[in-house]
Ligand binder design. Structure first.
Ligand SMILES: *Cc1c(COP(=O)(O)O)cnc(C)c1O
Length: 229
């Protein structure tokens, strides 16, 4: 835990180097520190080192950890990066500052309804299943443009970008390129892609947000976890 500030600094340096290598301004790339499975004390170490943008993949787990941390560090930006069930939309809209995993019309509509009801607008990303993996969440790449139209015209959902998780056993570069092109084509500013093993590749392909967990916090111990978000 004590070397989290050091690991954070090293990741930031690698982001800056990767950006300069492809002629990008490092300030245009945001580090989302993925703190899933790590306890509040561990997360606090990263907060005290100045990190403010975090990612979590479970609503329930986040609800246990983040309200107190957010009260203590008011400028935190918390991203939901895991699957969202419609029955958890109310909690998600209340707690998260960006929802990265919108992947179906029913969820988009439920989010839009809850934002209208609560008066809290939470920017969203569409998750794209660039590898067409059956077990993986995300929109088919061919349906991104039409889903975006639906979100904008029918639901007035604030969609600001795209997110993907490429297949583990493939070169991620073509997946990242596909996502960046779909974002560009649709005038979307935010492109969330790249994890501990491939964030430099993602930056070369145009990522604006990289989601990095184990390179900052170390390996995760999943232990016993509830089965669902
Ligand atoms: C866990 C997770 C990450 C971070 O993965 P690391 O390999 O630990 O960096 C990024 N994105 C998503 C969607 C995740 O679930």
């Amino acid at each position: 835990m004590s070397d989290i500030p050091q690991a954070l600094a090293a990741v930031k340096q690698r982001i800056a180097d990767a950006a300069r290598d492809c002629g990008r301004d490092p300030a245009t790339i945001s580090l989302v520190a993925v703190s899933k499975t790590h306890d509040a004390a561990t997360i606090r170490t990263a907060l005290e080192a100045g990190q403010r943008v975090f990612g979590e993949n479970r609503v329930q787990e986040s609800r246990a950890k983040w309200p107190d941390l957010k009260a203590a560090f008011a400028d935190v930006e918390l991203h939901l990066i895991g699957p969202l069930q419609t029955n958890k939309v109310r909690e998600a809209v209340a707690l998260f500052d960006i929802i990265e995993t919108v992947d179906r019309p029913k969820l988009a509509r439920a989010l839009a309804d809850e934002m209208e009801r609560s008066g809290r607008q939470v920017p969203c990303l569409l998750q794209v299943n660039t590898g067409l993996e059956e077990q993986k969440a995300g929109l088919h790449p061919d349906s991104v443009d039409s889903m975006l139209r639906l979100c904008r015209m029918e639901y007035q959902l604030p969609v600001i970008g795209l997110m993907c998780i490429p297949p583990v056993d493939e070169d991620p570069a073509p997946h990242f390129r596909m996502l960046a092109e779909a974002a560009e084509r649709n005038g979307l500013k935010v492109v969330s892609m790249g994890m501990s093993g491939d964030f430099e590749t993602a930056i070369a392909q145009g990522a604006t947000h990289v989601r990095v967990g184990s390179a900052i916090f170390g390996e995760r111990d999943y232990g016993e976890q509830p089965a669902e978000a």
